[in-house]
Design a protein around this ligand. Structure first.
Ligand SMILES: Cc1ncc(COP(=O)(O)O)c(C=O)c1O
Length: 385
């Protein structure tokens, strides 16, 4: 069947490593350093607003592009943060999580015979979605040593068939961000082409050490060819509510909405209503950089005595750690071993590579409570690791 072909690089015997780790973690009551969902309770006002929206009757299909108060609030947010004007009527669509926006953008804009460049390792949905379209994924490896994109390699990979470049800043799983040089190269490489940029920016508010998130929305030359994806689930600790959104110029958004209307029609109405008020107040999300930076620092400190070698992490939810000093196992076996022996759940980095490359690294999430981070760090610092 085609589905197994499409997904074969991501599945092992038909089961994703996330399911394997999840199942074993539950069995062993393991410390959760594997999941990319925040462990925190959302703002009580936001929760109350959701109840209120249900009580007030927002229980049927909402408008296909999203409820207007939320789209208007998102337009103001994007203008204030990134200086970009998006029309809530034609250029902003609320989706069922950032994930649906990524899927809708790729399936609306990429077709059989097209090529799509993306950066490897990558969030796992890009490659199978490209393949499902009959298009060709063109992964460009980001070297772990420099963590920098080689733009000459990108330029060389561009052909007349290149339809899209997917960028992800802040990056999952590497934790890197695009800098001004990256932006300048991306502008130069796409100038005068029909290439669309899909910019996955779901971790826009988790950028640390005083760095600034360089959204495509800041650069008119990029914004005019970009679909930019955001996640209200990540931003408001409500990933289960499945609310995200994308912004794009009207003619591109028209195409995306055609897919969105047949995929989910509309994102959950009461949650959209609830989120509209929270989006209006930047105090509800601008503290996130500080909040998560402290979590990152706590996990790094807790691992200071560990034989694991931690990579610098300027953004996102995830820390990468090199385990080659303690084991020559495959990263997958090392993860399973850590679960059994140390009762700590992590994810092997190979899961995110198009060819399953094993670089001797594991991914640790720090969107967890402080006691979990301390205990995880302590267990991973034991001598018999
Ligand atoms: C890079 C990246 N893009 C998109 C998503 C999907 O976000 P959402 O939960 O809003 O669907 C995730 C979630 O983990 C992610 O890591």
């Amino acid at each position: 069947m085609q589905s197994s072909l499409v997904l074969k690089s991501k599945l092992n015997g038909g089961i994703s490593i996330f399911s394997v780790v999840g199942q074993l973690a539950a069995e062993y009551k393991a410390i959760n350093l594997w999941q990319g969902a925040p462990s925190f309770t959302p703002d009580p006002h936001l929760v109350e607003s959701a109840f209120q929206a249900v009580r007030e009757g927002f229980n049927q299909y909402g408008p296909m592009p999203g409820v207007l108060p939320l789209r208007e609030a998102l337009a103001r947010k994007t203008a204030k943060l990134y200086g970009a004007q998006y029309d809530p009527n034609t250029e902003i669509t609320v989706t069922a999580g950032g994930l649906e926006a990524v899927y809708a953008a790729i399936t609306a804009l990429v077709h059989a015979g097209d090529e799509v460049l993306y950066f490897d390792p990558a969030f796992e949905c890009y490659e199978p979605t490209i393949r499902l379209q009959g298009a060709t994924p063109v992964p460009i490896r980001i070297p772990l040593g420099t963590m920098k994109i080689d733009w000459d390699q990108v330029q060389a990979a561009i052909t007349p068939r290149t339809r899209m470049i997917i960028v992800n800043t802040p990056h999952n799983p590497l934790g890197g961000v695009l800098d001004q040089n990256d932006i300048d190269r991306l502008i130069a490489i796409t100038r005068g082409t029909n290439i669309v940029i899909l910019s996955d920016e779901v971790y826009e508010h988790m950028v640390y050490d005083g760095k600034t998130h360089l959204s495509m929305a800041r650069y008119p030359e990029l914004a005019e060819r970009s679909v930019i994806v955001f996640s209200l689930g990540k931003t408001f600790h409500v990933t289960g509510w499945r609310v995200g959104y994308c912004v794009a110029p009207a003619e591109i958004m028209k195409e995306i909405r055609m897919v969105h209307q047949y995929l989910v029609y509309a994102a959950p109405a009461p949650f959209q209503m609830a989120l509209a008020a929270s989006v209006e107040d930047e105090n509800n999300y601008l503290h996130l950089a500080d909040f998560y930076q402290k979590k990152r620092d706590l996990l790094v400190d807790s691992l200071s005595g560990s034989a694991l070698k931690v990579k610098p992490c300027p953004s996102g939810f995830f820390l990468l750690a090199d385990f080659r000093a303690v084991s020559d196992k495959s990263d997958r076996d090392f993860v399973l071993d850590l679960l059994r022996r140390k009762r700590v759940g992590t994810i092997p980095l190979s899961h995110f590579y198009s060819d399953g490359a094993d670089t001797g690294m594991i991914r640790l999430s720090f969107c967890q409570h402080d006691d979990v981070l301390r205990e995880g760090g302590r267990l991973l610092s034991e001598r018999d690791l």
